[in-house]
Design a binder for this molecule. Structure first.
Ligand SMILES: C[S@@+](CC[C@H](N)C(=O)[O-])C[C@H]1O[C@@H](n2cnc3c(N)ncnc32)[C@H](O)[C@@H]1O
Length: 228
């Protein structure tokens, strides 16, 4: 019995699509976002930080596309185990990186990982459902495989606008509608839906990159400065 439970757990963690949200039993879906707990960072790290991910996630190319400048501040919202946070922190421009997550165990895991790796430019931040709780305005917000987990997105991104420096960008990477990987199909949002939602929240498209084989990569900036 115990052995078969272990096997089922191992199988769940080995299958990429499931690790990125397609599990049974734990989730309840709402019309506009997917609720799912990511409360087992040690296990999830096996898939999130699997070196094989680099082939399709292309982190160096993604980070290059963000065009970071020295001294800039980045927030990795929905940072998980820190796949992008640690790479951002090691980028040549060595930005200060807020690794933000709603799951307390992920925040602790990321804090420990940054300490072990000697990444003094990483700050782990506990998010709430309606705000990333950023302690200062940032130049770039990166949101990877997390947009579909955020509820009330129009209000969320309107509020987030107040945490962007002038010229700040929000980069959203999430699974394409035709991707076999990722969360259940209803949470593979068409790019047009993401653009429409971001437009309603006060943003305009600044760039769209098509080099990722599984995900769309959209970069937004504010259509106008928010009133503070
Ligand atoms: C599929 S994982 C992606 C992790 C990471 N971005 C990566 O690419 O490896 C989604 C993460 O987003 C977090 N998350 C979900 N909703 C969130 C929210 N509203 N604010 C911040 N983090 C959230 C989850 O706890 C989880 O760690």
């Amino acid at each position: 019995m115990v052995r078969s439970k272990c096997w089922i757990l191992a199988a769940i963690l080995l299958v990429g699509p499931v690790a990125f949200g397609q599990s049974q039993g734990q989730q309840t879906t709402a019309p506009d976002h997917m609720e799912h707990r990511f409360d087992n960072p040690e296990q999830l790290a096996k898939s999130f930080d699997d070196p094989a991910r680099d082939a399709w996630q292309m982190p160096d190319r993604v980070i290059a596309a963000l065009s970071l400048k020295r001294g800039q501040v980045v927030a990795d919202v929905g940072a998980g185990t820190g796949y992008f946070t640690v790479r951002l922190a090691k980028a040549p421009t060595t930005p200060k990186v807020y690794g933000v997550d709603i799951e307390p165990k992920m925040v602790s895991y990321l804090r420990d990982r940054a300490t072990k790796d000697g990444l003094h430019n990483v700050v782990a931040v506990q998010a709430a459902a309606d705000t990333p709780n950023l302690p200062e305005p940032v130049d770039v917000v990166l949101i990877v495989d997390t947009y579909h987990h955020i509820g009330g997105r129009e209000a969320y991104f309107r509020k987030l606008a107040k945490s962007l420096k002038p010229g700040g960008k929000v980069a959203i990477i999430d699974f394409r509608t035709d991707s076999k990987e990722g969360p259940p199909a209803e949470f593979h949002f068409p790019a047009e839906k993401v653009k429409a939602e971001m437009s309603a929240a006060g943003y305009k498209l600044a760039a769209q990159h098509d080099f990722l084989p599984r995900q769309q990569f959209l970069i937004f900036e504010l259509a106008s400065r928010p009133s503070r």
